[in-house]
Write a protein that binds this ligand. Structure first.
Ligand SMILES: Cc1cc2nc3c(=O)[nH]c(=O)nc-3n(C[C@H](O)[C@H](O)[C@H](O)COP(=O)(O)O)c2cc1C
Length: 147
């Protein structure tokens, strides 16, 4: 079993979540590659059983521009059986709270085996760390279901 986390972050909040999820996956004995979006290669998506995608939201709820290649790859590659999760950091002050997560969720639901979604307000606090654990549990549960 192999997992990847593909993510982008400007001020570090999403990076922190991505690193926390990686630690949780490794604790569960799943080898997990942490891939900043600038090291992303679409052809490598097929190497993974589980892929988590993480991002901030800017610009009125839109997907960060650097994540568009990732979005397009999930739409065009055949990843129907890949278990996926999407997470992100946002600020509920804005009208479209974590809007990028919602847009990715809808696409992953159509093109992959979407297991879980996680939205976190700015930098994770103690209760959010529990949610990161649950995020990993959901990914792994879904993997068991399809084996
Ligand atoms: C110009 C600007 C626009 C933003 N727009 C949104 C938004 O539409 N929705 C949202 O949930 N958060 C919005 N945010 C908040 C960021 O998503 C939030 O600060 C997030 O924690 C940044 O994540 P990062 O540290 O991984 O870059 C905005 C922030 C800035 C600076």
């Amino acid at each position: 079993m192999k997992a990847a986390i593909i993510y982008t972050s400007v001020t570090g909040n999403t990076t922190f979540i991505a690193e926390t999820i990686q630690e949780n996956m490794e604790k569960r004995n799943v080898a997990t590659d942490l891939i900043p979006v600038d090291e992303f290669h679409p052809e490598r998506l097929h190497e993974y059983d589980i892929i988590a995608v993480g991002m901030y939201t800017w610009a009125n709820g839109e997907i960060p521009i650097e994540m568009e290649e990732v979005y397009d790859a999930f739409e065009t590659e055949d990843l129907k059986h890949t278990v996926t999760g999407v997470f992100g950091s946002g600020d509920s002050f804005f009208a479209h709270y974590c809007g990028a997560v919602d847009l990715f969720r809808d696409m992953l639901y159509v093109h992959t085996n979407l297991a879980v979604t996680l939205k976190i307000e700015l930098m994770p606090q103690e209760p959010d760390l529990v949610k990161c654990e649950k995020f990993c549990d959901r990914l792994l549960q879904e993997t068991l279901v399809i084996q």
